[in-house]
Design a protein around this ligand. Structure first.
Ligand code: HEM
Length: 519
């Protein structure tokens, strides 16, 4: 029987007749430089790796679809938004989701205590919408300018290349706003059992805008139909001893068996504006919007039903960003969201290349043809659609034969903005402890015990000034919380309690003058 398999070729399409031997002068002689087939093979290999993501380097992805209920809670979705991905029922919007850990390198263990990334690319009929979220609903900081310092502290030491507890807590100790997130992270919620059995959240505050041009503030959340399951440190180290990629395996195995994971999509909504009556700032991503006041309103569901054909092409080269919104979903003034929105596409133009949006994984769905006057750059794969006259790659043109602008929506949303330009260092309430303390008290006993044990183990690795300041924070969140960490780690509670407030920060529960800014 003749061999029907395709023939190996070079990238130039030439058949390869010998893939086992270099071309040499005689059996033992030197290799020749005109050996194109070898040069193509080896030099392409030399360039196989691209930079890993600067954060969230370890990840796994899956394809699926999103179906809107056409309602947000009991109301028609159109009351709040004109985004068709949320208003149109019966449409299956293709999605690609990438789950990840944050601080570890590309092949680091998936059992690490770390927030989990939950990034969703909706390929809607109106172009892409990326919701780049995490599993936990809050974050460590509320000002984007701090992000590089935070990540430096969480990543390995520049001298020893080791992640160190003291570096993490050295940063955290100066940031009371991170105590809420740390309370989640050091509890079992910091190690989700896998990617399927965890929640997701957009974390930052967005806006929904309707046809009348009216806006509301909102937060987005994913609720797993599989339920939520977390691991203690002990359970995680047992898994890690056998498998550093258990979460990817779990995702691929379940999808391949037809056990498709599913999440409900929900939004929390509040009126746009300063919402001065609240005890927290709705634009502060270190705070949750209490669910009894701002219920989770269900508006759709997402199913993941296909694993990628190729990890590099689809997962490694996928590029999500908070700037990728569709009409009807808008930015809020959340300072983290504003900073993130520059960072993602900037890093992707460097990490993947300036034409990263031409790659199939990142391009809009085939029904959405791209027409733009953006041209050229490294690795241009295709020329975007043009107007009837291909010479006119600019806009506007008197000849009216190039591309034209879209019609404006009947009612555009115009946000009023007023204020003094400056670098504001205060938060509205300076209350960074109430939600952290409430979280501590809301845990089940075994979760609280695991939290304390993890913090005690970490504190033992920190120098005394960091230990004292951390106990001071925990004690202000909840007296029992601070006392148990201090006792477990042998830290002098009275000495910790006697510390003054952090420089430049108000005493817990007090407020600095609100209009304080540095320039
Ligand atoms: C990935 C920046 C905060 C979730 C990334 C990447 C950068 C970045 C540069 C790598 C992107 C890539 O190479 O494709 C920032 C900055 C932040 C910030 C500057 C704060 C100012 C957050 C927050 C969340 C988050 C608050 C959670 C809501 C993610 C996720 C990924 C990611 C899920 C991985 C996306 C993927 O799977 O490709 N971030 N980030 N980040 N970030 Fe952030």
């Amino acid at each position: 029987m003749s061999d029907q398999r395709p023939i190996l070729t070079t990238r130039q399409g030439h058949p390869v007749r010998d893939n086992q031997s270099l071309r040499t002068v005689g059996e033992r002689g030197p290799a020749t430089l005109e050996n194109y087939q070898f040069i193509e093979k080896i030099t392409h290999f030399d360039r196989e790796r691209i930079p890993e993501r600067v954060v969230h380097a370890r990840g796994a992805g899956a394809h699926g679809y999103f179906e809107a209920y056409g309602k947000i809670g009991d109301e028609p979705a159109s009351k709040y938004t004109r985004a068709r991905v949320l208003t149109e029922t019966g449409v299956k919007t293709p999605v690609f989701v990438r789950f990840s850990t944050v601080a570890g390198a590309k092949e680091s263990p998936e059992t690490e205590r770390d927030p989990r990334g939950f990034a969703v690319k909706f390929k809607t009929v109106e172009g892409n919408w990326d919701l780049v979220g995490n599993n936990l609903k809050v974050f460590f900081i509320r000002d984007a300018v701090k992000f590089p310092d935070m990540i430096h502290a969480f990543k390995p030491d520049p001298v020893t290349n080791r992640q160190e507890a003291w570096r993490f807590f050295d940063f955290v100790a100066q940031h009371p706003e991170s105590i809420h997130m740390v309370t989640w992270l050091k509890s079992p919620w910091g190690i989700p059992a896998n990617y399927r059995e965890m929640e997701g959240s957009g974390v930052n505050t967005y806006k929904l805008v309707n046809d009348q041009g009216e806006a509301v503030l909102c937060k987005f959340h994913w609720i797993p139909k599989q339920g939520v399951r977390n691991l203690t440190s002990q359970q995680a180290s047992e898994i890690q001893a056998k498998d550093v990629g258990h979460a990817t395996r779990d995702l691929y195995d379940n999808i391949s068996k037809g056990n498709f994971p599913e999440w409900e999509f929900a939004v929390q909504i509040m009126p746009d504006g300063p919402n001065e009556h609240l005890s927290f700032d709705p634009l502060d991503d270190t705070k949750r919007w209490p669910e009894d006041q701002f219920p989770l309103l269900k508006c759709g569901r997402m199913v993941l039903d296909r694993v990628p054909d190729n990890f590099f092409a689809e997962v490694e080269q996928s590029a999500f960003g908070t700037g990728v919104l569709v009409d009807g979903i808008d930015f809020s003034d959340d300072k983290m969201l504003q900073g993130r929105t520059l960072s993602y596409s900037d890093t992707q133009r460097y990490r993947v290349g300036p034409n990263y949006l031409q790659l199939p994984i990142n391009a809009p769905q085939p029904g959405v043809k791209v027409y733009s006057n953006q041209r050229d750059g490294q690795m241009t794969y295709a020329v975007d659609g043009t107007g009837p006259n291909k010479h006119i790659n600019y806009e506007p043109s008197t000849l009216a034969e190039g591309l034209r602008e879209a019609d404006k929506p009947a009612r555009e949303y115009h946000q009023p903005v007023q204020g003094n330009l400056g670098r504001y260092q205060t938060s509205r309430t300076e209350d960074d402890y109430t939600q952290a303390g409430a979280r501590y008290r809301s845990f089940q006993d075994w979760e609280r015990e695991d939290l304390i044990a993890n913090l005690v183990a970490d504190m033992k690795q920190c120098p005394e000034p960091i230990q004292l300041r951390m106990v001071w924070h925990f004690w202000h969140a909840d007296e029992d919380y601070g006392r148990r960490v201090a006792e477990g780690a042998g830290i002098d509670l009275e000495k910790a309690k006697a510390l003054p407030p952090l420089p430049g920060r108000a005493a817990p529960g007090k407020r600095l003058a609100t209009e304080t800014y540095t320039d």
